[in-house]
Ligand binder design. Structure first.
Ligand code: AMP
Length: 351
């Protein structure tokens, strides 16, 4: 579908955050927690006041998991990076409905961040996360049982420099699905995601694992990962949760001004217009034009990094959408944030 199939990268993603993060300077929350005795006391207090077990080590999680296996109980896993919102909660509720026990992992995974990205400033609020999770109750009284919140060195015992060339040890790449769309702009992103998901699946060995439609390429990558690495876990994809105006919920929405949040309604409106155009015309170019036209009601065309129409399984770019197969329409837009810079928003819809 050539040049028109996706909008060219307006600018390098390196411009996104002016923040340089070095591995030698660990994220603040992590550094603070490493301050051993204080941290241990705080963690004991956390555990005491919450009905949820907070486990920090792989050994503790494995011990817990063996108990569930012996009891014959089904375990669901919801991997997150914390800063939880209603979108995450929907995944957790799906797990609580379908499993006897639910584990939520909270881990800001360094290997999916480029050195220029926002690892150090990524929103973290562990206490608020636990509070939200503790307030959830399923119809049958189900609750979140375990939060797995490992430290970085528990997950990456060899260390994890953000510069991929300096990384040592085992990493997982899902070739063929990691290079397009988000992978074009964030070349090592899905290697980081596939690696941490593999680790979490090996640690928790859940019966089911839950991901959001919001990160559609991630769902395609993870499904292939699970299939190709012969994992016994079943992947469930949960629909995108949105604000009243259609803005997809995201932890990074905390970076946005109220005005931008309002303006960002055009993103979902654009995707809905894509669906309307598709009913009359299956040409990808026409669908993309409709999305771009709507988004440029509020945002600069140069800030649209891509709008693309792709196959749901192979992520191949399409020129026309086959009505029996449908397609993914996905996009990334850079919108003004509270810090005078730009934040990338991604969204998608299935045709
Ligand atoms: P994150 O903490 O951003 O890594 O997200 C953890 C999980 O929540 C991923 O599977 C995301 O796709 C999912 N998620 C994030 N935002 C939403 C949303 N608005 N609706 C549904 N799922 C979401």
């Amino acid at each position: 579908m050539g040049a028109r199939s996706s909008w060219p990268l307006a600018r390098s993603v390196l411009r996104q955050f002016n923040l340089l993060v070095s591995y030698n300077r660990p994220p603040l929350a992590y550094a603070v927690r490493c301050n051993s005795t204080v941290a241990a006391a705080a963690e004991a207090a956390e555990t005491a006041k919450s009905p949820i077990q907070i486990l920090r080590t792989i050994a503790e999680l494995r011990f817990w998991r063996r108990e569930q296996l012996v009891k014959g109980l089904a375990v669901g896993l919801v991997p997150t990076m914390g800063a939880l919102h209603a979108g995450h909660m929907r995944l957790v509720q799906s797990s609580m409905r379908m499993n006897d026990k639910t584990v939520v992992s909270i881990f800001v995974n360094p290997s999916q961040f480029a050195p220029s990205e926002d690892l150090a400033s990524y929103p973290r609020d562990f206490d608020a996360d636990i509070e939200q999770l503790a307030s959830l109750e399923g119809d049958d009284g189900a609750r979140v049982d375990v939060v797995f919140a490992p430290r970085v060195d528990e997950m990456y015992p060899n260390g994890i420099p953000l510069n991929v060339a300096e990384q040592k040890g085992a990493f997982v790449t899902v070739h063929g699905l990691s290079e397009q769309l988000e992978g074009k702009i964030r070349p090592h992103f899905f290697r980081g995601v596939a690696t941490v998901v593999s680790k979490l699946l090996n640690i928790v060995t859940p019966d089911r694992v839950y991901f959001g439609q919001k990160d559609v390429q991630q769902t395609v990558v993870v499904k292939r990962l699970v299939q190709d690495l012969c994992s016994g876990t079943v992947v469930h994809v949960v629909p995108t949760s949105r604000d009243a105006n259609g803005l997809a919920l995201s932890s990074r929405n905390a970076y946005l001004t109220d005005q931008t949040k309002q303006d960002a309604a055009v993103i979902f409106k654009g995707l809905q217009n894509a669906t309307m155009v598709y009913r009359q015309n299956t040409s990808a170019d026409k669908i993309i034009d409709a999305v771009v036209l709507t988004i440029t009601e509020k945002f600069d065309k140069n800030d649209i990094e891509y709008v693309s129409v792709n196959d749901k399984d192979t992520l191949e770019e399409l020129q026309t959408v086959h009505p029996l197969k449908g397609a993914i329409v996905s996009l990334a837009v850079r919108v003004p944030n509270r810090f005078g810079g730009k934040t990338r928003l991604i969204d998608n819809i299935l045709l």
